[in-house]
Design a binder for this molecule. Structure first.
Ligand SMILES: [Zn+2]
Length: 330
């Protein structure tokens, strides 16, 4: 009896490889045809992003309609990892490059954004969730300059992944600099400033720089996975400014995001880059309470997908790929 049921089910659902290929092709053409048909109605040709989205290969791109010269920060959804794209005057800076598993998501996002060249690529610190896809970025994009953490402050990294990234940096021909407080790197009409460059440590998180990106009306503060010693040192040096946007340090961990640091920044938006159901429990409840206490609007890549905060005619606006998805479904 069981045997007959199994065979009946197999007969009902099995397709020859040829049939599968034909059905897939028909489905793809139908999706594309529907899309092109809809687009031609309003006189616009579909972009690759729109085609990817139509056939379910990519998340909708948040803020897809904004012009290329917009001042914006993109917290790309790369799971339990970091990849932050800074945009100004048609130029781009990428701070960290996700983990190895997020290569497809990161490269797809950059391709959809039309990013073929990076003015600057920053490594906050050498952990795998920040450099995992950095070699792929260096191999696929033209990178003008790479900014490394100050490795004199910690034991030099020896992982295979780190060596692979350093080889890719050398092969890319990019100019390489070591982060030091007071440096400023131009990006479009804005700049990326190094406010602090990590502390003496045997914890790689604390090699993370404190960076300020400013362009037009937008200011963004990034401190990688810097923990309390990084925040304390920057506060003591008196270099922590007010900023519109803050990337929750260390994926929203309670090892970071002290009240004193948050009160100095007083951000309007806080973006948490973390993976859904991650094993670290990020973001932790205590920093989330502090984010609420200082009155910041919190956006999370695990719930909102990729998050963009951009300067528009109406002031700063936030966009998320999950909201774009909802808009499409409506
Ligand atoms: Zn991390």
């Amino acid at each position: 009896m069981a045997k007959r049921r199994t065979s009946r089910r197999r007969r009902k659902t099995s397709l020859t490889p040829f049939q599968t290929a034909v059905f897939s092709l028909v489905g793809l053409c139908l999706a594309l045809g529907l899309w092109v048909g809809a687009a031609s109605g309003v006189g616009a040709a579909p972009t690759w992003q729109e085609i990817y989205t139509a056939v379910g290969l990519a998340e909708p791109l948040p803020a897809a309609d904004l012009p290329e010269n917009t001042d914006a920060v993109h917290f790309i959804d790369v799971g339990q990892a970091d990849a932050t794209l800074l945009q100004s005057g048609g130029e781009y800076c990428l701070v960290d490059a996700g983990e190895t598993d997020s290569e497809q998501a990161l490269m797809s996002y950059l391709e959809q954004m039309g990013v073929t060249r990076l003015k600057l690529l920053v490594m906050s610190h050498p952990h795998a969730d920040h450099i995992g896809s950095m070699a792929a970025v260096l191999e696929n994009l033209e990178v003008e300059q790479v900014l490394l953490p100050d490795f004199d402050k910690a034991p030099y990294p020896t992982t295979r992944l780190f060596e692979k990234v350093m080889d890719a940096i050398e092969a890319s021909g990019a100019t390489v600099s070591t982060a030091a407080a007071g440096q400023s790197y131009p990006v479009g009409s804005g700049s990326l400033q190094v406010l602090a460059a990590g502390v003496e440590t045997d914890n790689y998180n604390d090699l993370s720089q404190v960076l300020l990106f400013e362009s037009g009306e937008l200011s963004v503060l990034l401190s990688g996975d810097g923990e309390k010693p990084v925040e304390q040192a920057a506060l003591e040096a008196g270099v922590v400014p007010r900023a519109d946007v803050f990337k929750a340090a260390h994926h929203g961990s309670d090892t970071s995001n002290t009240m004193e640091f948050l009160q100095a920044i007083r951000p309007q938006y806080i973006a948490v880059s973390c993976g859904l159901g991650n094993s670290y429990g990020h973001p932790h409840a205590e920093p989330m309470e502090r984010f609420e206490l200082i009155g910041a609007q919190v956006l999370r890549t695990d719930q909102d997908g990729s998050v963009v905060i951009a300067s528009t005619e109406n002031g700063l606006q936030s966009y998320t790929s999950n909201a774009s998805k909802a808009k499409e479904a409506a």
